[in-house]
Design a protein around this ligand. Structure first.
Ligand code: ZN
Length: 508
């Protein structure tokens, strides 16, 4: 397969020939999902070498970082990882185009009117939400966007057929473009909001769009009038919409797509029961937006391994086999040559599937994604500080039928306010919820130490700063007088085993 490099990113898809060329290129992006995995890995290796060559030649950060590794080395584990903090602290040395600077990008995104403009006339810029701390600035070349859209239309489209049938479908789509409705949480330089502004012109031949803000009072009416084939939103938004399913008239809907937040199993169930179409849950980060496409047959998503490397690793960054939950993940984006992300730590905990997938896609499938490592509070006990994770809350509320969503806020060190939002028409049984939470906290050995207040609320909103819904919010943060050994734990622990380990440390 020939790699595509746009020659004139400013004028995309302007004439019929380039439209045909690009349509063909988009269509063949489906093929690698049916190829022998070893062939996909060959492609991956070639592209990795290509990226390394560019990074070593034009990025002083990577040249220095990889100076002890021989040219041509293809053993991934030889290459040191890069953290978010390193990426931001050395931004100007990481990028391969000297015209791109951190201050230049920061100035550019200061002005919201720039959201539809390419940076320096050719790059797409965005920032991550910073929900785990410092936001990361991201500069992308057009190739990244081309892949993102092409994958969405082929691999992320559950009715897509490859080969000749795919060609026939494409011709049919020319007469009757697909209809995609996107519900946007927040405008701005957030990748999920911004990316749709940069759709190449030729894509509009195949697709018509409706962008509607999640807080639009006429949201349901607008979606009904548009009558989409595909409805795309964050899990929280789609979950809320599924509660209004009686008001929707969507005879042409073929699939729903979620992104940006973790989709919990109960939310998945509510959404699919309401809309009665396959749900494709994309897992991605702003640093590699085309990383996966959702699977129509099983939970999780397939990694686009021909253009990205996803490594599930343990605490020491050693590989964790499929079927086991890793400590963190490393991502390499093989298409972004302007800001290379090579073995870049994303911080999620992932389990890869061991069995081939029933949907026909032969790319590796992420089976499970669990919460971010930061989802916990430090609370004080007679034995010292102890971490309280999201698990007791999850186990207490996630499977209560009348509870749509929960949120815990640490307002003082040991005082936690829990808010429950019921599904419409239901009243949360606060006494039962309380009893269940107490049982869970008892198991964690924290029942006696905490002052917990549970209340029912009408509506749990997404965080204004990050545009994401957060279940665990601490107003207190990490205690200042935490022992140094526990500070490390605070930085990196995530699993229940680790929590136990941390509490043992405290007691001993
Ligand atoms: Zn699948």
């Amino acid at each position: 397969m020939k790699d595509f490099m746009p020659t004139n990113p400013g004028n995309r898809g302007g004439n019929i020939l380039s439209c045909i060329e690009r349509s063909y290129w988009t269509g063949v992006q489906f093929r690698p999902t049916r190829m022998d995995p070893s062939r996909v890995l060959d492609e991956q290796r070639k592209r990795f070498q290509n990226l390394l060559q560019i990074a070593r030649a034009r990025s002083s950060f990577y040249r220095e970082k990889f100076r002890h590794i021989e040219a041509g080395c293809s053993d991934l584990e030889e290459f040191p990882i890069t953290t978010k903090a390193e990426m931001m602290n050395h931004f100007d040395q990481v990028v391969t185009d000297p015209a791109v600077t951190r201050s230049g990008v920061e100035q550019f995104i200061e002005d919201i009117r720039n959201v539809k403009q390419p940076f320096l006339g050719k790059y797409a810029v965005s920032h991550t939400s910073g929900s785990q701390g410092q936001p990361t600035l991201i500069v992308q070349n057009q190739q990244v966007l081309d892949l993102l859209f092409a994958f969405q239309m082929t691999r992320g489209h559950c009715g897509h057929r490859g080969g000749f049938f795919g060609f026939l479908d494409a011709v049919r789509t020319l007469q009757q473009p697909a209809r995609l409705a996107v519900v946007i949480n927040q405008q701005g330089f957030f990748p999920s909001a911004w990316v749709w502004q940069r759709l190449p012109a030729y894509m509009h031949v195949y697709m018509s769009f409706l962008f509607v803000p999640a807080n639009d009072p006429e949201l349901v009416k607008k979606i009904n009038e548009f009558s989409p084939n595909v409805l795309s939103a964050t899990p929280t938004t789609l979950d809320l919409l599924s509660l209004k399913i009686d008001q929707f008239r969507l005879p042409k809907l073929r699939q729903v797509v979620t992104w940006s937040e973790t989709l919990t199993p109960p939310a998945r169930q509510r959404i699919t029961e309401a809309f009665r179409v396959p749900l494709m849950d994309n897992y991605a980060s702003g640093e590699c937006m085309f990383l996966t496409n959702g699977c129509p047959a099983a939970p999780g998503a397939h990694v686009n391994a021909d253009w990205a490397i996803l490594e599930v690793v343990d605490e020491n960054h050693k590989p964790v086999p499929p079927g086991q939950l890793g400590h963190t993940v490393l991502m390499t984006n093989l298409a972004n040559t302007v800001q290379p992300f090579i073995r870049y730590e994303i911080g999620d905990r992932i389990k890869m599937a061991t069995e081939p997938c029933g949907c026909g896609n032969r790319m590796p499938r992420i089976e499970k994604i669990v919460g971010r490592v930061a989802d916990f509070f430090w609370v004080q006990t007679s034995a010292g500080f102890r971490p309280l994770t999201a698990y007791p809350f999850q186990h207490a509320f996630d499977y209560r039928r009348e509870v749509r969503e929960w949120q815990a806020e640490q307002v003082e060190r040991n005082r936690i306010v829990v808010r429950l939002e019921a599904i419409p028409g239901a009243t949360p049984d606060l006494a039962a919820a309380r009893k269940r939470l107490d049982e869970r906290l008892e198991l964690a050995g924290l029942r006696q130490d905490l002052d917990i207040h549970i209340e029912a609320v009408q509506y749990l909103a997404t965080d204004l700063r990050t545009a994401k819904f957060r279940r665990m919010i601490s107003r207190i943060g990490i205690p200042e007088n935490l022992e140094p050994s526990l500070k490390d734990v605070a930085e990196d622990f995530a699993s229940e085993e680790k929590v136990l380990h941390a509490s043992e440390l405290l007691i001993s």
